[in-house]
Design a protein around this ligand. Sequence first.
Ligand code: NAD
Ligand code: TYD
Length: 340
Amino acid sequence: MRLLVTGGCGFIGSNFIRMVLRDRPDAVVCNMDNLSYAGNLANLAHVERDYPGRYFFERADIADADQARGVMRRHRIEALVNFAAESHVDRSIEDASPFVRSNVLGVVVLLRAALEAKLGRFVQVSTDEVYGSLPLEAQYAAFTEDSPLTPNSPYSASKASADLFCRAFFKTHGLPLVITRCSNNYGPCQFPEKLIPFMFFRATRDEPLPVYGDGLNVRDWIHVEDHCRGVLMALEKGRAGAVYNFGGGAQRSNLYVVREILKFCGKDESLIRPVKDRPGHDRRYAVDYSLAAAELGFSPGFGFEEGLRRTLAWYRENPDWVDGATSGSYLGDMRKRYGE
Ligand code: NAD
Ligand code: TYD
């Protein structure tokens, strides 16, 4: 299989590429990424050397039709998995335009190019955030694939828009595509603006940990390897036109997660700093992945506490990655955000 992975220099895409190269010896992977602030070539260090002739990198923008077509043609692409996106809710609140460009226009460009190139499979990596928010009370059922799309942030609105274009390209043009909607990921190589690496790095430097609102918002955490296994199953076995939810079966409040991180670091809870709530902050996500279990054989393998411990240990053991990821524009952005 000649596979195009877009956004492969980001957190999940890079973990996915490593998994495919390791577990599918016949696969050739082209990674197309425009190296936005979140794209980090260090996430795929040594991959070209470890898998000679099986991995190629193209710096290109998914919203540029000529570039997208050119990459598909040059690499004789047969299937595509689209991870490329602006992915951070807080940034989408500050400015939604890059989200419209990459997450909506970029997907439409890829869909058209995929049709022209007659790809055999297109996987759109979406998110559970398109379903909006659940109340905290457990009697409200987890999101299923039939839950209405009621996004609350500009980020989730852009992802929901992309999902609707994907549906339309399946219905109208018969493009053989699958949409996956996963819950919050954690694991190695996550850009340190997201909750877990962000709090870990601040805790290690004895910097205050800004917890939004009352800290009781709940996320359904999944280890990135479990998500990547799900995406690979969707690519290989998914029904054309289907949507599959993936979740980690690990609903935890933000305060709980932050306290676990502090425990791991051997730091005191006095570092926790409640701050103004995020506007439109979704209260709870919870994902019912029974369709993916029945049709694809998906189930999450990691328990949250063990997965978190291993993830934090990875960050601790990879200081060079951490220094690279937290230098440059990242530090400037964070200082601005917290008025430091
Ligand atoms: P990330 O921000 O770490 O990486 C995104 C990557 O896409 C970066 O390498 C960036 O350079 C690239 N990119 C952005 N715009 C591009 C463009 N126009 N052209 C080419 N490349 C571009 O994101 P992530 O956390 O790895 O998320 C990957 C995908 O998974 C996203 O589509 C996201 O919506 C989805 N998702 C993420 C989570 C999560 O918890 N992180 C959960 C569910 C779904
Ligand atoms: P985040 O990692 O941004 O993912 P998402 O918004 O896509 O779920 O945030 C996870 C949760 O952590 C979310 O409820 C917001 C909260 N959060 C904080 O309380 N403080 C922070 O500094 C960050 C980055 C997130």
